[in-house]
Ligand binder design. Structure first.
Ligand SMILES: [Zn+2]
Length: 149
């Protein structure tokens, strides 16, 4: 279906075509063989101009991720974890690391730092989204003139 309008994705704010009035599927990659990997969760939803419901849904999802990551971080910091995974710099494969491994302390520090970074990132995204949702007002998708989209 040809799109006659464009609007903003509620999740990533990308300007997208609106076939059938909904945000087109976007945010995916097509590695090598043409199949799609991943996609933005704002696809097939009303654009930001029409609703913020998907953004509210996503904010709740971020809260769940944040809570889960904080539980994981607490386990790492308390020493409850006996095994970790570390990506080999030689083979790129994931290697199982135990407390007896000489790289345990380094792997643990790097793992904790990674989770802390993820928590900071999710928290920042959630705060920005909260502000954006609070300021939401209905708008009009833009009509596309003269080009086929
Ligand atoms: Zn998006």
């Amino acid at each position: 279906m040809a799109a006659t309008h464009i609007g903003h994705c509620q999740i990533c704010l990308r300007v997208c075509k609106l076939p059938g009035g909904l945000v087109a599927r976007h945010g995916y990659r097509r590695p090598r063989w043409g199949h799609e990997v991943g996609h933005c969760l704002g696809g097939a939803c009303l654009p930001w101009e029409g609703s913020c419901e998907r953004a509210v849904w996503y904010l709740e999802r971020l809260s769940t991720y944040l809570a889960s990551d904080r539980v994981v971080l607490a386990k790492y910091e308390s020493g409850e974890v006996d095994t970790l995974y570390r990506k080999s710099r030689v083979t790129g494969q994931q290697m199982l690391i135990t407390k007896e491994d000489p790289t345990w302390e380094l792997t643990l520090r790097e793992t904790i730092r990674g989770v802390q970074y993820q928590i900071t990132d999710i928290d920042r995204a959630g705060k920005a989204l909260t502000v954006r949702i609070a300021a939401w007002k209905p708008g009009e998708p833009q009509v596309v003139h003269g080009i086929a989209v």
